[in-house]
Ligand binder design. Structure first.
Ligand SMILES: Cc1ncc(COP(=O)(O)O)c(C=O)c1O
Length: 341
């Protein structure tokens, strides 16, 4: 029985399944800093298999995963290239500057896709005056571009130009399974066009906490050391790795339901005159309710009256579908909103 969770704010609000709670209770544990936690070890080994990478690391959050990966790829004073709307650049508290002393070179990607020519132009050539460019960061799905899934071809075009110039490539794959499910491909097809990936277990996959970083042995060895430096050595972490294992092995296919529900939601609100701002490909619907003359307060109150959490700001909001929201809930929501307009 899936616990209802009528909350459109994000897929980070997902609640662990009963099976996850039970697995956490029963998990075999040890000291993970010594490499002794069998459940963490199993989770990391499974991640290597799923993504076709040499090594994996269990971390507390997506932000920590991106941080340790970026630090492991770079040296103080390097420049890194990212989309101007990427989560690492916009929403990770400037960690790349604070912890890595890195310069950020941003590119305005189109629907999350940075063209190879844009990347090529942004890579610094050898010059006594320039900082070296050492890393390209991609994001898939692209959160602030509407949950768009980059295709393997798009990722390859970015990866190839990075490799021509000797750059590392890191993928913020917080929702990389949303991409592989939307594109109906094995996640390895995306994983082959990046060196490292950060994958969130605690978003659509519904684990209570945690992310994974996967990549080549040498980079991941440095990432593990950075995790310890940042206070991420978690000791008996099997308790949280156990739900993570269920997330990784059993919760991926159901993301297709979230994508279907997002499309139903987008079509439904659109019929009511509420403008949909993005191509709905995965689990995100960006709406502008000023098209029906509503303010954020009107929207938030209407949702709250109907028993939903949503956070309108300005003239719109992002609605995210996830575990805990069923198709019938979306239909009830649409009926409720229709009555309030
Ligand atoms: C694309 C993307 N990357 C990284 C993160 C960071 O994850 P966490 O909240 O676990 O730090 C998020 C969180 O929403 C995200 O959307």
């Amino acid at each position: 029985m899936v616990e209802k969770n009528l909350d459109f704010r994000s897929d980070t609000v997902t609640l662990p399944s009963p099976e996850m709670r039970e697995a956490a209770y029963k998990a075999a544990v040890g000291d993970d800093v010594y490499g002794d936690d069998p459940t963490v070890n199993e989770l990391e080994a499974t991640a290597c298999e799923v993504f076709g990478k040499e090594a994996a690391l269990f971390v507390t959050s997506g932000t920590m995963g991106n941080a340790v990966a970026v630090l492991a790829h770079t040296q103080r004073g390097d420049e890194i290239i990212l989309d101007e709307k990427s989560h690492i650049y916009v929403n990770e508290v400037g960690g790349l500057a604070v912890m890595g002393q890195l310069m950020a070179r941003t590119i305005p990607g189109e629907k999350g896709y940075m063209k190879p020519e844009q990347i090529e132009a942004a890579i610094r050539r050898e010059n006594i005056h320039y900082p070296p460019t050492s890393l390209l960061c991609l994001e898939n799905t692209q959160n602030m571009h509407g949950g768009i899934a980059l295709t393997p071809q798009q990722m390859k075009s970015n990866y190839d130009v990075a490799k021509e110039h000797g750059l590392g490539v890191h993928l913020d794959g917080a929702r990389v399974f949303n991409a592989s499910v939307a594109l109906n491909i094995d996640v390895k097809e995306l994983a082959q066009y990046t060196d490292t990936i950060q994958i969130c277990l605690s978003k659509g996959l519904a684990a209570p906490v945690g992310s994974l970083v996967v990549g080549p042995e040498d980079v991941m060895k440095r990432a593990r050391k950075y995790r310890k430096m940042l206070g991420g050595g978690m000791r008996q972490a099997g308790i949280i790795a156990a739900p993570g294992l269920i997330a990784l092995t059993k919760m991926v296919d159901r993301l297709a339901d979230d994508h279907k529900n997002a499309k139903i939601l987008a079509e439904g609100v659109s019929k009511l005159g509420i403008k949909v701002m993005n191509d709905v490909q995965t689990n995100m619907v960006y709406v502008d309710f000023s098209s029906i003359g509503w303010t954020a307060e009107d929207w938030n109150k209407a949702c709250s009256d109907l028993g939903w959490k949503s956070r309108g700001y300005g003239t719109g909001t992002r609605l995210v579908t996830h575990y805990g929201i069923e198709e019938e809930d979306i239909r009830d929501f649409l009926e409720g909103i229709a009555k309030k307009i």
